[in-house]
Structure formats: C-alpha cells, structure tokens
Design a protein around this ligand. Structure first.
Ligand code: HEM
Length: 343
C-alpha cells in the first residue's frame, strides 16, 4: 500500500489536515448514542483493510510529521521519555515487537534483517539506515525504547508487572491527553488512575487490571478512549498547559467546526516476551467537527453523546467550558433519525 505523508504541524500555525481517506478510516469510538466508562477491551485481532485495526501498529499519512513533532517536544523537555534502570530489557522487547511488526506489515517502508544479534533496520519514510547489536545499547544513538518510539506514532507506557499490580516504570509520552509521565513514573495502576471520576466506584479499574495481568504474548488486546481537544495539538500535556489551556477560550460558534477536534486514542496492550512487561501504546487520531459531520451518522451520534454526557466526565475531559457551543453546532447535524447499535 502506498501512503502519501502529509507535511503538517501540530502547534503554532496548525497546518494538520485529514485527507478524505483519513476521514473515511477514522476510528469513530461510539457504538451507541450515549457513553459511560466500561471495561471496553477486545482482542487486538487483524481488522478490515482500510481501518486503523488492519495491522499491529498503524502507520498513516501523519507519520512523518508526528515524528517531527515528537522530536520538538523531546528537545524542549527530555523528561517526556523516561525508563527506570530495570526496564532496559523491556525496551529491547518493545523495539523487537515494533520493528518486526512494521517490517512485516509495511515491507515497502521498513526492513529488518537479523543475523544472530547483528541487526540492520531500514526506515525509509524517516531516512534511517541503522546497523546495531541487539541487546547492546551502546550501538544505538538512544536507549532501545527511546530509539524505536522516536519512530512509532503514539505514546507508549511500558509497565512492569509485580506484586499483583502494574507499575509505570518507563514511557515515551509526547501526545497525551493532559497527564504527565514525569508525575506518574513509578506509580501503580490505581495510583495513576486516581484522578478519573466514577470509574473507581464502578469497579472498572479492578476488573481492567485483572484482565491486563492475564494478557499473554499471543493475545494482545485493545480499547478505544476519547476526549475533545481545541486545535490539532498532540502535546496537550500538563507541563505545557499554559500554551494550550488558553486556546480553549478561542472557540466561537463561527470557528467551532474547524477548531474543535474529537481526539480518539487507540490503546493496545502487549505482553513482552523476555521481560514479562506490558507495553501500552496509545495512538492518537484527531478529526475536527467539520470533517466528522461529513459522515452523517457520526455527526448525529456525537451530538447525542456530548449532549447527554454526565457533567463529571465533561469536566474531567476538559471541555465543559465549550460544551454548549459544541452541542449547538452538532445539533444542526442531527436530524433526529433513529440510530442502530454499532459504529
Ligand atoms: C485514564 C494510563 C489501562 C481506563 C488514564 C490516564 C492514564 C492512564 C495516565 C490519565 C489519568 C489522569 O487523569 O492523570 C493507563 C495505562 C494503562 C491503562 C498506562 C495500561 C496499563 C486502562 C484500561 C482501562 C482504562 C485497561 C479500562 C477500562 C481509563 C479511563 C480513563 C483513564 C476510563 C479516563 C479517560 C478519559 O475520560 O478520558 N489511563 N491506563 N485504562 N484510563 Fe487508563
């Protein structure tokens, strides 16, 4: 398959755009007209062609520009990538998983040749040709996790599993929905989820943790999560809240269609073979309301979901201030027709 990579920005002049193909394959996350947290996990099996579920690590038209944006964020703030010393083996596991997956799923873009522990990696879109020794970090320009996640879209948390819990002991986090790796590093599953409303009382995190701890190498899993973001900004971190927080106040009924984005996270869960760590890639997809309502059933459904969403969730997700103007815009794209379950 041929991918034409966009030349675009996710900050300052925000030249990000979705092509018609990207709109058509957008992972719309709602399978009904209302929304509440749930343990919405399913096997990460090969999905239909032309969807982000078709391969293990989706590469799309935003790849090259997203990697450039990650580089800018890391230059400004190196703490967006951290790995505690005991996580290096998990870093190699992750590097292997991503390299093998990309080389098999996109052979025209990526190549991996292995001769014992002497590996040769070619990444054509980013112009990288690297020979290195698997397991020897001195043969790469960065540690293994940092090296490969500078070449893979989405954020990555790498969790150590011990004491019947998961611990956020490594990660590459530059496109997050308002949480901080530097704050969460070393925390366990319940600690880093502490700010989430309602889900603890609903028992969601106990059930989710049980599920995650049983994931094995042959059965990766996935779920979708979502929020709302003003402007196509990847780095909506607490560290840079002073940059993007005030942008929320720029939404008007005239510009809401262009400036307000639905942000969907395709989260996948992978057991890693040598370290027994769990890798958690969080792939972010952005679509503005104007593009979203070009698919009538999406516009209709998003209107109903956002209109009826409990206040605590709109507050937590950070768009309560703009909810009225968003719902008003979307209501013009809801003809009141009945919808059926499913996406
Ligand atoms: C939110 C990490 C797995 C449900 C979050 C947050 C983080 C996080 C950092 C933001 C918390 C904050 O406000 O500071 C992770 C990691 C996981 C994981 C590293 C993998 C081990 C799961 C699973 C579920 C889940 C399996 C299943 C239900 C949620 C929910 C939210 C959340 C409902 C609130 C999201 C929103 O409303 O936008 N998670 N999570 N998480 N997580 Fe997880």
């Amino acid at each position: 398959m041929t991918i034409r990579f966009n030349d675009e920005t996710f900050r300052d002049d925000y030249t990000f755009f979705n092509s018609p193909e990207a709109i058509a394959r957008f992972p719309f996350p709602f399978d009904r007209d209302d929304y509440m947290y749930s343990v919405n996990m399913e096997p990460h099996k090969t999905g239909p062609e032309g969807t982000p579920f078709n391969v293990r690590f989706d590469v799309d038209e935003h790849y090259v520009s997203e990697m450039r944006d990650r580089e800018i964020t890391l230059t400004e703030d190196p703490l967006r990538c951290q790995s505690l010393p005991h996580m290096e083996l998990a870093g190699w596991d992750l590097l292997e998983l991503i390299m093998r997956s990309k080389a098999e799923d996109y052979p025209e873009l990526f190549e991996l040749h292995c001769d014992g522990d002497r590996w040769h990696w070619i990444n054509r879109p980013l112009g990288i040709d690297q020979r290195f020794t698997f397991g020897d970090a001195t043969t790469l320009p960065y540690g293994p996790m940092e090296y490969i996640t500078r070449q893979a879209q989405g954020d990555f948390a790498v969790l150590d599993q011990r004491e019947d819990n998961l611990w956020m002991d490594a990660g590459m986090v530059t496109s997050q929905a308002d949480w901080s790796l530097d704050f969460d590093i070393g925390m366990n599953f319940f600690e880093w989820h502490a700010p989430v409303p309602k889900a603890h009382e609903m028992g969601i995190f106990q059930r989710a943790l049980k599920f995650l701890m049983q994931i094995n190498q042959d059965n990766p899993a996935r779920r979708l999560n979502w929020t709302m973001t003003v402007n196509p900004r990847l780095d909506t971190s607490p560290e840079n809240y002073h940059k993007w927080g005030p942008e929320k106040r720029t939404i008007t009924s005239e510009n809401v269609g262009q400036k307000q984005y639905l942000r969907v996270e395709l989260q996948t869960f992978w057991r890693l073979p040598r370290s027994n760590a769990l890798a958690f890639p969080i792939r972010c997809y952005l679509i503005n309301l104007e593009d979203l309502v070009s698919v009538p059933k999406w516009g209709r459904r998003l209107h109903r979901v956002l209109r009826d969403l409990p206040d605590e969730l709109a507050d937590y997700k950070g768009f309560a201030v703009n909810r009225p103007v968003i719902v008003d815009y979307l209501s013009q794209h809801d003809d009141g027709a009945a919808t059926s379950a499913g996406i």
